[in-house]
Design a protein around this ligand. Structure first.
Ligand code: SAM
Length: 383
């Protein structure tokens, strides 16, 4: 066997795959062979036209669930770095890719004998697909003894979900874009807003799928850096249904892309988020951009406000009463982990128009990608 193709999957991956296989194997009594043939031939088309999952969900999962699980497993093992708190799986189907990622997290945490809390959201427009996801996750959840997972199954169009005000540190898109190749640009523009500053988007599609061209085009004007690669690995001894279907399946191949905010860009994004939080008067966003123990100096003569609760209270008192705040960034100087900013803002308060100008120094906690200290001073323009 070619050594580069050797299987080297930790035990948890086999346990999960075996449990899912036990469940899927029973489908063989209900599925129709002509439906399997139809599905395989329509899935061979590149890019793929939308599959009618109302009719083909059972067959899709029977043939492809474990194939896609192992592809995701290989990518997670070789490439995953973040143990996330919040995962979004878009076009999740029955959750093969999310399941690969959870298996990797369980394996990664295992060595430390502790556990993590994870929020997982599976989004799919097809209710049959999500129903299979519910059954499969219920079966395998007891295997993840290192994870406390809160799973939400969201039955809706991806574009509708993207309008949500939420953020994630891992966003998965596995074999979704091929069915939506005309909307790739629209999806990416919204996706960027859902990505946490330190987060990663992982895209998986077949190697020769022309959807990769649409993905390349869509990335042009986004603030994201990309890593692209492919994987090929031997399927020998891996629990798969497809062995029984395709006698010649000896290797799985897949292509993937990982997108991140670059460190320079993440500073700019953080500042943008600060001004957006001010403009939108959003305490929720304030919680996202400051560390838990951040210090906030709003007056050069006073002690700082310490901690996120105090900062939120300050914003509640000082920012929320402002009517139609229009903050703008005049100048920004990047200085290591600090950023110097000159800003101005106009708003109404008790029927009076206020015009402020000020300076601030923002210090960034690089590991969290959040503001750990803010010092500011400002003056009001007299009318
Ligand atoms: C090929 S399956 C992939 C499932 C899973 N991610 C995997 O890799 O095994 C594509 C899934 O995306 C869903 N889907 C396709 N377009 C969608 C859209 N615009 N909004 C929500 N779900 C979509 C389909 O219902 C289907 O379950």
């Amino acid at each position: 066997m070619n050594s580069t193709l050797m299987n080297n999957f930790p035990n948890i991956f086999h346990k999960v795959a075996n449990r899912v296989k036990e469940y899927l194997i029973d489908f063989s009594y209900s599925i129709e062979n002509n439906k399997i043939e139809k599905l395989i031939s329509s899935y061979k088309k590149l890019p793929c036209s939308k599959i009618n999952y109302d009719k083909f969900s059972m067959e899709f999962n029977y043939i492809y669930f474990l194939v896609n699980y192992w592809k995701g497993a290989k990518i997670a093992i070789d490439e995953a770095t973040i143990v996330p708190k919040k995962i979004l799986d878009l076009g999740s189907g029955s959750g093969a890719m999310a399941l690969s990622y959870l298996s990797w997290i369980h394996h990664k945490i295992g060595a430390s004998n502790s556990y993590v809390n994870i929020e997982l959201i599976l989004v799919d427009e097809n209710v049959y697909q999500l129903n299979y996801a519910k059954k499969i996750f219920k079966l395998v959840e007891p295997l993840f003894t290192n994870i406390r997972c809160n799973i939400t199954f969201q039955n809706c169009e991806v574009k509708d979900y993207l309008k949500n005000d939420n953020s994630f540190d891992i966003i998965l898109l596995s074999h979704l874009l091929t069915e939506n190749y005309k909307s790739v640009t629209d999806i990416f523009h919204e996706l960027e807003n859902l990505l946490d500053l330190r987060g990663e988007i992982i895209i998986v599609e077949r190697i020769k799928d022309p959807v990769w061209y649409s993905i390349g085009e869509a990335l042009r004007d986004l603030f994201l850096t990309s890593t692209i690669g492919s994987k090929k690995f031997n399927t020998e001894n891996l629990p798969l249904i497809s062995h029984e279907l395709f006698s010649n399946i000896d290797a799985l191949r897949t292509k993937y892309m990982i997108l991140k905010n670059s460190s320079q860009i993440s500073k700019k994004l953080l500042i943008k988020k600060y001004f957006d939080a001010w403009k939108g008067k959003s305490i929720k966003d304030v919680r996202r951009i400051f560390t838990k123990n951040a210090k906030y100096y709003n007056n050069l003569h006073n002690d700082p406000i310490v901690g996120i609760e105090g900062i939120c209270e300050y914003w509640n008192n000082k920012v929320l009463p402002q009517i139609d705040p229009q903050p703008s960034l005049i100048r920004m100087i990047d200085w290591g982990d600090d950023i110097f900013i000159k800003w101005s803002s106009k708003f109404f308060l008790c029927n009076e128009q206020i015009h402020l100008k000020g300076y601030m120094i923002i210090s960034i906690d690089i590991t969290e990608g959040k503001i750990c200290q803010l010092e500011e001073c400002f003056t009001k323009k007299n009318n």
